[in-house]
Design a binder for this molecule. Structure first.
Ligand code: DHY
Length: 327
């Protein structure tokens, strides 16, 4: 079955200090603040004409309330809801008007325990792509992907590819040919979501697309000048897997953001998924650099779709948590 899921579209994160978040996301990264109140910050990239792609909600503890995909129509939304209901996965409607700017949506805990959301409609606003006069920081353009740590990558892969109609662009295997990570897409680039073997379910990062690599380098300069040098966790560098230029940052609550530019087209049905060996040093960083331990070990906890409480984190199915470098 293939559902009309278009792309990853928004995330709802809990943060503890909206002023600190606003400084980081608006001034340093260049997100546009569409709207803000005492409890929320609604952010979008410069090319986005939807109301937001990131909601930051004030809370006592950081966490991930939802990672959300847009589908083509209300009819597709209904069909997808029925699919999850028939699978006894207990999806729940969030009616239009309950969330700022978002039409009718539903939330469901996926096979890995992640808080998924689907919606068809969101209010639109002015697109600022050619308002070069308001560009700042990293000049973030749009949301690109979610990357999640899950305990069983094969199970997540089977569900997303065989049931939801995602396609695999690239994947990582262990020496004994077990699936360690997979990059899956609905839109026509490398991914809308990646699953990596790790303590989970947790959100490893949200990737945002930049228009060019100099914006990414400029972001490092702006972050350093603003006193955010310690927020830079990994990079800049070029991934072997995906070929993208990357920079990983930790926001004031520890949520990880990837600034991402330069992957490729995956539209054609004869595109063959690219296999990487987990221990190939060029897989993570094409230039051979190792990622810091924090990149493998730390990620954001996710909240249960029904109770709102943190979902318990389990141990990964595969023992190997990170590559063994053979340089
Ligand atoms: C990789 C991670 C990403 C991505 C593309 C490739 C590979 C890695 O560093 O393990 O987050 O977007």
């Amino acid at each position: 079955m293939t559902f009309s899921i278009i792309r990853c579209a928004r995330a709802v994160l809990h943060v503890t200090d909206l002023n600190a978040s606003r400084d980081f996301y608006e001034r340093a990264l260049g997100f546009v603040v569409t709207e803000a109140d005492d409890m929320h910050l609604y952010l979008r990239g410069l090319e986005e004409y939807h109301h937001h792609s990131l909601v930051l909600k004030k809370a006592k503890q950081p966490g991930v309330e939802a990672i959300s995909y847009k589908v083509y129509s209300e009819a597709d939304l209904e069909e997808l809801y029925q699919f999850f209901a028939e699978k006894q996965m207990n999806p729940k409607w969030v009616e239009a008007g309950e969330q700022r700017a978002v039409g009718r949506a539903f939330r469901v805990r996926d096979v890995s325990g992640l808080p998924l959301e689907f919606f068809a409609n969101m209010e639109t606003v002015e697109r600022l792509l050619q308002r070069y006069d308001v560009y700042r920081g990293a000049r973030v353009q749009r949301i690109d992907h979610f990357n999640c740590a899950v305990t069983d990558v094969q199970k997540a892969y089977d569900f997303y590819v065989n049931e939801l109609g995602f396609a695999c662009s690239e994947y990582t295997e262990t020496e004994d040919k077990k699936l360690w990570a997979a990059w899956l897409h609905r839109k026509q680039n490398v991914h809308d979501v990646a699953f990596m073997n790790g303590k989970g379910p947790r959100l490893h990062h949200i990737g945002f697309w930049l228009s060019d690599q100099l914006s990414l380098i400029h972001a490092c300069d702006v972050l350093a000048a603003m006193g955010y040098a310690s927020s830079i966790e990994r990079g800049p560098g070029r991934h072997g897997l995906s070929n993208a230029f990357f920079l990983y940052l930790r926001d004031p609550d520890g949520h990880r953001i990837e600034l991402y530019n330069g992957d490729y087209l995956t539209s054609d049905p004869d595109f063959k998924p690219i296999r990487w060996d987990i221990n190939d040093p060029r897989r993570q960083t094409f230039w051979g650099h190792q990622a810091p331990d924090s990149w493998f070990e730390e990620a954001s906890i996710v909240l249960d779709v029904h109770s709102g409480k943190p979902v318990e984190v389990g141990e990964p199915a595969l023992e190997q948590m990170k590559p063994t470098f053979i340089i």
